[in-house]
Write a protein that binds this ligand. Sequence first.
Ligand code: GLU
Length: 558
Amino acid sequence: MNEEEKLQYISNYIFKDLKLSEADIINKYPKRDLAEGACVTRFAPSPTGFIHIGGIYSALLDERLAHQTGGIFYLRIEDTDKKREVEGTVDMIVKAVNRFGLNIDEGFDINCEQIGNYGPYLQSERKEIYQVFVKKLLLANKAYVCFATQEELENIVQIQTQRKELIGYRKDWAIWRNKTLDEVIENLNLNKSFVIRFKSEGDFNNKIKFIDQVKGEVELPDNELDTVIMKSDGLPTYHFAHAVDDHFMQTTDVIRGDEWLPSIPIHLQLFKALEFNIPRFYHVSPIEKMEDGSRRKLSKRKDPEASVEFYYEQGYPVKAIIEYLMNLASSNYEDWKLQNPDKKIEEFQIDFTNLKSSGSLFDIEKLNFFSREYIAGMSSDGVYNHVLGWAKTYNNKLFDLLFNNKEYSNLIFNIEREGVMKKRKDISKWSDVFNEINYFFDNEFNNIKIDINNINPVSVEDVKMIINEFINTYNNLDELDVWFSKIKLIAKNLGFAESLKEYKNNETNYKGYVADVAKILRLALTGKTQSPDLYQIMKVMGKDRIINRLNNFINLLN
Ligand code: GLU
């Protein structure tokens, strides 16, 4: 055999089962029919059993870029690393993407069935496609078969470390790069395990310039490692699959975490060797956190808020999370929202030429703010249904209360809600709800320990007078102004000022002012010193419950 025949032999041997040809693939993925400027983006998570909030963030950017430009957003599951794969994650990812309302055009439908003409969208099902191009590079001498053992590889690293040299399988260290084809054939015939490596022509001492859409012009040392492109199980590595898929699926814009920025030189080498179109790249900074005065990336291991599960458990409405993430992407989102309270989130245009290039700090208070605002804008029915759905998984007691008292619960949620100017903002997530509404339910209220000291500055005697007088004059049909004027009268008769202003003008003349009197009623009815509007609370609780609780409160003082 001459050298060419030997190479042919090797390639036929390795790819004996490969039926597909390059032409088949080119035919299978025709040019997308899209308008000028329409972007094709993808969310390409690996199914490792964990969905990072940063993943949802970049998926949101992908979805927005595609749909803002009338393009396509697709989901591709990158499951070529079988060792890291966790069963059930594909389903988890598909559900999360749908839950966050990130409309996928291609990839997977809600039942995890694949949809779209550029699939399969599960990389392990694309094995043959990758192999066609691994074979092509092998035959073109741009890749080679490598039988280096784990031990040999470790040995190389050890010596390189001792000599303080650049670590990696490269140049003269790449023991299989220059082996004869006879040696390769010999080892294949011995059935030895092998990988296929890309033959890098790069030199680490050369700098390459690259334009990133977020970071601007970036200079990076070129790649000189002979990266594995096909592993011993026949599957490609991430780098290789990325080049093949983003070319044939016609991704125009790759948005991904900036941990991939150092891999750009190898990616560019692969795209060029394969003569593929190079997409635009956006390397987005991670969401960060402060620790001991310095910033660090939200960590899967240390920070519960890194996982989407945290937000599910806490009960943040996904729309509120999306708003928070929008705000991370564009600092002008909040202003826009203020000016356009009735517009849908999707109507906001993210300026992709101006994405933040440094990391954003995760700010739970800001998330709570967006979430409180969002919940304040919901109908009571909407709140009821959302809380019920959440409680079903995360709080059985709350679920039972709401489920068994639907009408009463709706009235509770409607306090300071529909048709009022000043909306209640006491709920920032569904896990707040139980503590905010439990006092409405007698069994729960009876478990609440009321702090009697909170009657201050009102004396026990006055408390009794206030309550008795209130009971005597209470009429559940009273309008707000009548109800309030009765409380003011009680206040006045007992020596409390009728308003804060009056009290401030002459503090020594009064025992306190009307709010102190109302506070007694609030404490007796809710166990709290602060609550939503007391008049509305009373309307919802009903006369019997009110009288009952007020009387019990007096007993508590005796
Ligand atoms: N599977 C890669 C990851 O999960 C995707 C990176 C990319 O978007 O290219 O990090």
